[in-house]
Design a protein around this ligand. Sequence first.
Ligand SMILES: NC(=O)c1ccc[n+]([C@@H]2O[C@H](COP(=O)([O-])OP(=O)(O)OC[C@H]3O[C@@H](n4cnc5c(N)ncnc54)[C@H](O)[C@@H]3O)[C@@H](O)[C@H]2O)c1
Length: 357
Amino acid sequence: MEKKILNVAVIGCGGIANSKHMPGLKTVKEAKMVAFCDIIEERAEKAKKEFGTPDAKVYTDYKELLKDQSIDVVHICTPNRSHSFITIDSLRAGKHVMVEKPMAKTAEEAREMVKVAKETGMKLTVGYQNRCRPESVYLKKEVMEKGVLGEVYYAKALAIRRRATPTWGVFLNEYEQGGGPLIDIGTHALDLTLYMMDNYEPKMVLGTSYKKLNNPKCGNVWGEWDPKQHKVEDSAFGFIVMKNGATINLESSWALNIVDPIEASTVLCGTKAGAQIKNKELILNYDKDDKLVEEKPISDYEGTIKQASAGAEAQQWIDAILNDTDPCVLPEQACVVSEILEAIYKSAETGAPVYFD
Ligand SMILES: NC(=O)c1ccc[n+]([C@@H]2O[C@H](COP(=O)([O-])OP(=O)(O)OC[C@H]3O[C@@H](n4cnc5c(N)ncnc54)[C@H](O)[C@@H]3O)[C@@H](O)[C@H]2O)c1
């Protein structure tokens, strides 16, 4: 790309736009935020004031925003239901797109997004920022890509909270989100696990889901919810068998009777060694001279991205556009995450396993 500075627009100026996208983009000197859209106008106005250029534009209709030829990149931070159609309209309008996770509400929508990105030649990525955390970068580059674990034949993707149901926005609304903790936070843990295993070929999925803990008065970190509005599962579990024979156990919950909540976590068990990301710490385990050893290597690692994951995610994305290289998260990979999540929901509903072609 000839340009040195990219004009970025943000569609959906709520929680994740304010906590990740806009602060992240603010640290990238090759990007400026020139347009903001939200169906609640004050949110877009506030975002402009805090993060925009002085002449940034404010919209309430994303289709109007997409008419602006000067916009190069669009970040889509709306609820899950609108990820697919806003992404497709943006790609067709000639914009590069970062869309929030999950890629889409359904796997079919995700596949269509991949197809349109290919047709238009625009770049598309998905907001799985956990890949950009220092311990993830180390695990990928220094451990997985160097084959330190040997053959990984068992993994766990963990996103289990004791009592942390999101009570803002539309997280409890099945129509808007497509599900509860599985599609909300299970998606991060599964993405991280597949990325580390570099394995995107599922063979079979068996899933269960539950709606058991519906006492909004008890200890929820984001306060009470209205039980009548809670239309999604509170926990879901998946047993995933990959075509190469590896097994992944996925556990997700917003509310579960456990004492050790753990999130955005992956456990990888290989023939030579194991690795675990637990509470943003990387722990390796192996045997050496007939002794079992544990190691926390990250503190010594020089090549680590020092920025917080928000800035690191935004920087690698803007760099990928400017240098015409791949962003960290490829849409084809995020699409497989959506396909597996959907298979878990389907299996939970029917009680039967789901087989992939
Ligand atoms: N990457 C992460 O860790 C992470 C964390 C939280 C949320 N998310 C994802 O981000 C998305 C948004 O979640 P949130 O917590 O920011 O929700 P939110 O409700 O706080 O914000 C969503 C915003 O989008 C606006 N909006 C809705 N429809 C719109 C439309 N058609 N055009 C323009 N604006 C529209 C809403 O008015 C709201 O301000 C979800 O897909 C969620 O899964 C990701």
